[in-house]
Ligand binder design. Sequence first.
Ligand code: ZN
Ligand code: ZN
Length: 278
Amino acid sequence: MRRTGRVRAAVRTAVFLVFIIHAADSDMLFGDDGLRLTVVYDNNEYDPSLKTAWGFSCLIEGAQKTILFDTGGDGDVLIHNMKLLGIDPGTIDAVVLSHTHHDHTGGLQRLLKEHGDMEVWVGDWFPESIRNMARACGAEVVTVGGPSALCEGVFTTGGMGKEIREQALFFCTAEGTVIVTGCAHPGILEVIDTAKRLASEDCDSAEVFFVIGGFHLSGASERVLHRIVNGFQSRGVVKAAPCHCSGGACRAMFRAVYGERFIPAGAGTRIVLRPSRP
Ligand SMILES: [Zn+2]
Ligand SMILES: [Zn+2]
């Protein structure tokens, strides 16, 4: 059974295109294999054998900690997709939850029942009930009160926005800052500006290389979408992978404007930021 699963995962990796982004520098922060992002859970389809459901979850490997950012809404879908992708919950060191909405936190309990011994990073605006549940499953809860480092080169922005508080992750890579966003309720440009400002202190380069996740633009007017795409360009964002709550019109506009620098992301997309060797 286990073996079949592994073979399946290997075949799938071979069949589905892995986006490899070569970094110019030989910076070794994320090792020879680079920084690897896998969209485990999304409402957009990518690998048709995986389940899609409303929500978002992204695994980030290659840093000192293996991090799962958000858990999707349905724990069974999360675990199903992880198994098909060959991801062992026991390898996860830390879960970071962007905000309290169910489509980002609903899978946590099921995940912790598979493997409870991990850190769970939540904002100080999260209800005590989530913290208590995580502790009861054996997790170590880390409460984020502001911008914080998870490990070398990996940071959370801390809470942003007033009505719906949300945190995003950013990574200092040789090519620039990589941002992973959950739903971007505070506004995707505000998320980028916050990460850029923090990266100017924490990273060698504050340039934003790549943004992936929910941009919260479902149903947005064409005028708003233009403003956002222009905002990405004026901020020098090199590559973008809008998924989850970004909406089809937003994805279409990024595809049209960004061309090959638009990365189609959905459940099963794997992206590797690999340092190039001279
Ligand atoms: Zn939300
Ligand atoms: Zn969401």
